[in-house]
Structure formats: C-alpha cells, structure tokens
Design a protein. Sequence first.
Length: 320
Amino acid sequence: MKTVIFGCGKIAKRIAKGFSFVEGNELVGFASRDVEKAKSYAEEFNTPLYGNYDFFLNNNDIDAVYLATYNLNHYELIKKCLEHHKHVICEKPMLSDIDENNELFDLAKNNNCLLMEAMKAVFLPINIKVKQMIKDGIIGEVKYIEASFIRGPRHPEDHWIYDLKTGGALKDLGSYCAAIMNFMTDVKPNVIYKYSNNTDKLADTITEINVDYDGINGHLLVSNEITGDSSLNIYGTNGYIKIPEFWKVGKGYYVVNGERFELNEEMKNDFYYEIQHFTNLVNNKIYTDVTAQRNKWLADGHAEASDWTDAQVRNNTYRI
C-alpha cells in the first residue's frame, strides 16, 4: 500500500513521522499547490515522489491519500480523491456540512473506497485503556464526563480559524472533545445546552456544551481565545480518571477511594495509531463494512445531534 500526504503545513511533518512506525503502508510522497515546498518535504523525509495534487490523483500506483490541507479544501479534495479511486484519511474536522458528509460517504461506497476522518484521540492506547477501565467498573458507575481543549490566542485576525463555515473553536478543537466523549460513552448524545460566541461574520472562539449521555452528564469546553486546562476527566461513584491533553499523550492518572494510580501507556507517535488502523482496514478490504456501520449509525437517529457537531456521525463510523 502506497500513500501520499496532501498539504505541506507543519502538521504534515508530524504525520510523516507517524508513518515511520506503520506496517503495511509506505509513505511515498508529498503533494502541494507549491511544488517546491512538496519537493523540500520529500527530500526531508526521503520519499521518492513530490508534485501537485493532480500529479498524484492520476498516478495509478498511489493507493491512498492522507489529506492535511486547510479545512476549506477538504470537500473538493476528498471528492477528487474518491473519484480517482484513492482511499482517504482526512484531518479533522473532515467536513462541516452533514449533506457533504453523506454525499462523500456514498461516493466512497460506490467506488469501493475507504473514507475515514483522522481522529487520533480514539486510537491512542491510553484512551483505549481508559475505555476498558470504565467497562470493568474500576471507578464505579460513571456519572459525569468532561472534555476541554483550550488553546490561547495565537492566530492573526485574518486566519482561517475565524472563517464562519470551516473555522471556529468547536470545529477545530471541539471535534476532539466530542469524539472522545462519544467514544467513552458509546451512547447517542442529547444536547441540553449550548453556548457559542460566534457572530454572523466570525466563527466562535469559545463554545460550551452540556450533553446527556443516557444518564451520564457530559460537558464540553473549547476555546482558541482564553487559557486554561485541556484534559479528559471521567467521574464515577468510586473515583475518577484524568488524562491531560488526551489527544496526544500516553500518560494520565486515576484515583480510586482516595488512592492515586498512574497510567503510562505506549506512545510511539500520536498519528501512528490512527494511520495503522486506516492501513489495516484498507489492506483487509473491510471499507465497505465501514460504510454499512455509518448507515446503521444514521438509521439509529444519531444525525439528530449534528447541530452541535456532526463528529458523532463521523467518529463512530470507522471504529469497528
């Protein structure tokens, strides 16, 4: 299996490092509108190929694309990749429109391709460990879960993060929080309260959401304007679990009956685990089952919560 990274921003280098651990999938090149930049990335990571997007779309030796471009380009590039029969793993937030989401999953199904959002948090060993701890009742019955991602001011006013359609704290940061809460509870979320400071011209910089997970209270807080704690916290009748920066770490801790215990799980690279999962799905040709799983999720009514984020549709699609 041969994969190319589309987009040569800072995140592409971190993704490329993740590929160094992956089995069954070779990173063979970089694509960018700026071909010289793609060339410099290819030289840095010793890949044989570089070029613009069309160069790789028309290359029959390329099996898959890791899409790491600006959010605004996701829909167009995903569609082109699928039309050229390339499997796609796309950086979050994959799409901001539920109709576009449905259209591209249908296109993936019709072209026998895998379409997957790159939501790395749910593939990290520590978060898989925590989910098993919940099932095993280590902290008793879970009553409350909260996820926060707060990253203080760091963007100029004309940055895409403030674009009303594709930017905003909820889409950029909240997708991590929504995904991890959905993953831990495995329950359809029911939005109780939502506050967001977006205007008719600019995307939100602070969003807070209260959610009911069938009796488990949930709370999401994201901001790209203030400073504060970014973590996953799960509270049960006998104790609690805390994972700081849950989207990229291997360490955390839990407290049971007043006694603290450390969590220290494998962490090769935060992008490695999602790429390996994507690779395994493609190499085992089970991408049609992924689409079937997505259809079941929609049929169960989960799309009703898409007004807070359609992450519960996307992020429960590929976790088989």
